[in-house]
Design a protein around this ligand. Structure first.
Ligand code: NI
Length: 192
């Protein structure tokens, strides 16, 4: 297994539509395992393949909260086949938009169909944080980020700050300065 570099916004690869998996073979399983390791190292609770620069329809999740404990989940070609009329609001974060959070409204309950690590077709009913996480990750496969669900004003503010941070880091690297220590991720705001 390997920890892969995570792409951060703005980056054109995060805006692309990913291609379906034909079959979950050894190569896809390797990608799933590497993505899980990358997600745990980040740390995060969900990761989509485009976030590591692979434009394939693969996501991984692992939620461990009081109400939900999923264990590691690997999904190829995940698809929402049913969504509730009822909505839920969560403060979302994203490993590709580090240190930025915003409340996003999504259906509270969804049914997802996917291929598992053994290429078997599965269907799962997701509620609460798991429902939010699954929808957030599937969005990544269609080139959608959580900021695309919020106001243009707030989205542009976040993207401008990310670009500024990146430029500062590049300048510091060029000047040979050590990078500032990474702040801890807020426990209440999951990074997806
Ligand atoms: Ni994300």
């Amino acid at each position: 297994m390997a920890v892969l570099p995570i792409i951060t916004a703005p980056d054109p690869r995060l805006k692309k539509k990913s291609k379906p998996i034909v079959t979950v073979d050894a190569e896809v399983r390797q990608l799933m395992d590497d993505m899980l390791e990358t997600m745990y190292a980040a740390p995060g609770i969900g990761l989509a393949a485009p976030q590591v620069g692979v434009l394939k329809r693969v996501i991984v999740l692992d939620i461990e909260r009081e109400d939900v404990k999923t264990g590691p989940l690997c999904m190829a070609n995940p698809e929402i086949v049913e969504a509730s009329d009822e909505d839920a609001v969560y403060e979302e974060g994203c490993l590709s938009l580090p240190e930025h959070y915003s409340e996003v409204v999504r259906p509270a309950k969804v049914t997802v169909r996917y291929r598992d690590r053994d290429n078997a077709e599965q269907q799962m009913v997701c509620e609460g944080l798991l429902a939010t996480c699954v929808q957030h990750e599937i969005d990544h496969l269609d080139g959608i980020l959580f900021v695309d669900h919020i106001s243009a004003l707030k989205r542009n503010m976040i993207l401008r700050k990310l670009l500024k941070t990146r430029k500062e880091k590049e300048r510091e690297a060029a000047e040979g300065k050590a990078a500032a220590p990474k702040p801890k991720v807020k426990e209440t705001a999951p990074a997806l």
